[in-house]
Write a protein that binds this ligand. Structure first.
Ligand code: AHG
Ligand code: MN
Ligand code: MN
Length: 334
């Protein structure tokens, strides 16, 4: 069985940047993922993990105890590996600068953007949750200068690594570096990630649509009509509806079984709910690498120029044909 470390070394000629940096990045990600996995698994046993922390984040959302635990686990883990110079997290108002040691000045050139705990409303009810991460090379300022916000506001098409960890019936790390999408399952007894899902790809034949239909009344007409189209008995339809409210869980299922994920703008969220930098860009990179399409309804997610760290966007991703069909509905009705 192939471990993640072996996979990176075997495929080193396919990466456009240092294998050592990639190994260090993954070493941080794996360490934090294992710490979170351990906490998630004992959530039913201890009051320290379930429930609200009593704080709200920058977007006014209640922070769960596990949101804070996951945020800290990733920051600490990245700090210890001398590879990252700055982190922006959904759970922190401003970006975080990682002080570098002088001799490691040139290694610390990676920027990480992270949703430490995705689907936090599902923590207390044993439904899959996840972590989403996105990595860039520092480009906008030179290595001698202090980091600025511009270093974090890069277009998604500049990502060099993106992925997620799903803490579900098993814990799986799924990522892309621009050479396909690969999944590694954690063997909890050994603490090792083994290659279990090489070359993940949206299958032929669409089956599923995923959207919070409880918001139907506040959706734009294009979305309402697309839902009706999904439910029509024609050709290979109706599609089946599946939605658990964890982007990571909904995305993972849709990529394996063939389905579209939609979080549109609504009357209450005129820019959509999901965050461009922490959720949509990494998922869009994975989507394209798995042969799919990711859009805000009109344009490619990866080409959007971010204007601020916590920016939201409408988000649609899935098999190419389904996403193009929905874009057609949006054009015709909105
Ligand atoms: P987070 O827990 O990081 O705030 O993300 C929650 C997101 C996403 O995971 C999920 O798909 C969506 O919010 C669910 O929103 P609704 O409850 O509005 O459907
Ligand atoms: Mn999230
Ligand atoms: Mn989150």
């Amino acid at each position: 069985m192939y471990t993640l470390g072996e996979f990176i070394i075997e495929n080193r000629e396919k990466f456009f940047y240092s294998t050592e940096a990639l190994l260090r990045l993954f070493s941080s990600i794996k360490l934090a993922a294992k710490a979170i996995n351990k906490e998630v698994n004992k959530a039913g046993l201890t009051e320290e993990i379930i429930g609200s922390s009593g704080f709200t984040n920058i977007q006014g959302e209640t922070q769960q105890k596990l949101d804070q635990f996951a945020h800290k686990a990733f920051i600490e883990s990245f700090k210890s590996r001398n590879v990252v110079c700055g982190i922006a997290s959904e759970e922190s108002k401003d970006f975080i600068i990682i002080e570098k040691e002088k001799e490691n000045l040139f290694q610390n050139k990676y920027i990480v953007l992270i949703d430490p705990l995705d689907g936090s409303s599902n923590i207390d009810v044993n439904i899959p949750i996840g972590t989403i991460f996105s990595v860039y090379i520092r480009r906008n300022t030179s290595i001698q200068m202090d980091l600025t916000i511009e270093d974090f506001l890069q277009k998604g098409n500049k990502q060099i690594l993106a992925g997620y960890i799903i803490y579900g019936s098993s814990t799986i790390l799924v990522f892309t570096t621009g050479n396909g999408v690969h999944g590694f399952t954690l063997d909890p007894s050994l603490g090792t990630f083994y290659l279990s899902h090489p070359n993940l790809h949206f299958p032929k034949g669409e089956k599923i649509y995923s959207i919070n239909e409880g918001n139907y009344a506040i959706f734009p007409d294009g979305i309402k009509n697309f839902i009706k189209y999904c439910q029509e008995k024609k050709e290979n339809r109706p599609y089946t509806a599946r939605y658990i409210g964890s982007l990571v869980g909904d995305f993972h299922r849709n990529m394996i079984q063939g389905g579209i994920y939609i979080y549109p703008k609504t009357v209450y969220f005129p820019c959509g709910k999901l965050r461009l930098l922490y959720e949509c860009n990494p998922m869009a990179f994975l989507t394209e690498q798995a042969g799919g399409k990711a859009s805000d309804g009109k344009k490619r997610i990866l080409d959007i120029q971010p204007m601020n760290l916590h920016q939201r966007t409408p988000f649609i991703c899935g098999p190419m044909k389904m996403v193009s069909k929905l874009e057609e509905f949006i054009r015709n009705y909105d």
